[in-house]
Write a protein that binds this ligand. Structure first.
Ligand code: PHE
Length: 447
């Protein structure tokens, strides 16, 4: 079985695939709107603190995956046979399905804005018109659903090609280009009229506007953005070779992810203030703000096209990692071919994607626990399932795996030199800081 499993072909390949999974709509679409909704600077500060616990969680996932050498459920079964711990695997598969359902919808919106850029249709609209334009586009019954399904289909095609030919190849080139484009946008945004108000909002923490819910949202976003707590890094870790430095990889991809998110916020929030858009506009924020920035730039239509196109690629390198969790589980645990697993999972997901898409229009008033499908899937995963998954993962690594195993995984069986203080710090965070922080944040959000 092990012989047949695909591996990442190079060190650079894994790093790019993990960073590719992390960097996506979470950074460019989700982070800026959450910053806007939760009072700016204070949210960012809590987010930065959450990163400290997240890096060891990522390392834990790598350890579980590389040691288990199987999908999320399979890895847990191997490391802790006949125990309740494979709940981690089950949560993982469930989260991947729910996230991919609404993620595909935002992927569909991204495709819509690529088309809008080609048509140049947003270049002459003001803030109010752009807001209503977004609402009209996303509330239609067919078009957004079809574009979301298209996004899912492309994801499925890449995943069915397997690890080396699929995931790795597509991840490599476009990330740096996206980074440059966002930096250009950020520079444009901070030079707009009134941008300083946005910068103040970003960098002057106002804790009164944050609250327990905001802190939970910051933690959930950290998990979401780093693709943690749902078996994604376990699954990718299972393809990582034994001589790879997982600590370094976790640090590097987390830093890349953080940079993308911060710069995306600098690209969006000052523009929000400059154009008089309300920062708590929600999921539409990026789609109603950035088009106005493009409109103010020379060759704005082309720039907008390039931006949304590459954002789409970044979204795909994340969505393939989500689908991979589901497909690896289905094919290995149900013993069916990879192609069949892709087919069945895509069929199941299609139904959920359509529901999420329709919940922006036709099914707007169909609420479960007061939330539409889209919001419900988003909320239950980021604010509940991912932190619980992450909590169980660090508790498992910190308490169930022997310290020798952790140390041997961190140092590649002693072949890699690593500072003892760093090892101790990582284990300390796994055992004490991370579980405690997650539990406290949960409790404080209920108060
Ligand atoms: N991290 C991805 C993003 O920021 C989304 C994602 C979440 C991918 C969970 C995999 C797992 O867009």
């Amino acid at each position: 079985m092990d012989q047949k499993r695909d591996n990442f072909s190079s060190r650079f390949g894994v790093l790019v695939a993990v960073a590719g999974s992390a960097v996506g709509l979470g950074n460019v679409w989700r982070f800026p709107y959450l910053v806007g909704e939760n009072g700016g600077g204070a949210f960012i500060l809590v987010y930065l603190l959450c990163m400290i616990i997240c890096v060891p969680i990522m390392i834990s996932e790598f350890i579980i995956g590389r040691k288990g050498r199987a999908n999320a459920v399979g890895s847990m079964k191997r490391l802790a046979p006949r125990s309740g711990w494979n709940i981690i695997g089950i949560i993982s598969v469930l989260s991947s399905v729910l996230i991919l359902s609404f993620y595909s919808v935002v992927g569909g919106w991204t495709i819509e804005y690529i088309i809008e850029s080609v048509k140049g249709s947003y270049l002459n609209l003001n803030a109010a018109e752009l807001t209503s334009n977004f609402a009209i586009l996303t509330a239609k019954p067919f078009r957004p659903a079809i574009l979301s399904l298209l996004f899912l289909l492309v994801t499925a095609i890449i995943v069915s090609a397997g690890i080396k030919d699929g995931i790795e190849k597509y991840s490599k080139i476009l990330m740096p280009i996206l980074f440059v484009l966002i930096v250009v946008l950020a520079i444009k945004s901070v030079t707009l009229n009134n941008a300083s108000e946005g910068l103040r909002f970003l960098f002057k923490p106002d804790f009164k506007s944050l609250g327990g819910k905001g802190v939970l949202a910051a933690m959930g976003q950290a998990f979401f953005s780093l693709s943690l707590g749902m078996g994604c890094i376990i699954t990718y870790g299972s393809y990582v070779k034994d001589d790879e430095n997982i600590t370094k990889m976790s640090f590097m991809s987390s830093i890349a992810d953080l940079l993308f998110a911060l710069i995306a916020a600098i690209a969006v929030i000052p523009a929000v203030f400059s154009f008089g858009i309300s920062p708590d506009e929600g999921p539409s924020l990026v789609f109603i703000t950035l088009p106005q920035v493009f409109a103010q730039m020379p060759f704005g239509g082309f720039f907008g096209f390039a931006f949304f196109f590459i954002l789409l690629i970044a979204a795909l390198t994340s969505s393939i990692s989500l689908l991979e969790v589901f497909v690896a589980w289905m094919s290995e645990e149900m013993k069916i071919t990879r192609k069949k697993a892709v087919l069945y999972s895509t069929l199941i997901l299609s139904v959920l994607v359509i529901l999420c898409s329709l919940s922006q229009g036709v099914l707007k008033d169909f609420l479960i626990f007061g939330k539409s499908f889209f919001d419900l899937f988003d909320y239950t995963t980021s604010d509940i399932l991912l932190p619980i998954g992450g909590l169980l993962i660090v508790i498992f690594t910190g308490y169930k795996l022997k310290k020798d195993i952790i140390v041997s995984e961190l140092t590649n069986n002693g072949t890699l030199k690593m500072n003892n203080t760093l090892i101790d710090a990582i284990i300390f965070i796994m055992k004490y800081l991370a579980p405690l922080a997650i539990i406290i944040i949960f409790i404080s959000s209920w108060l």
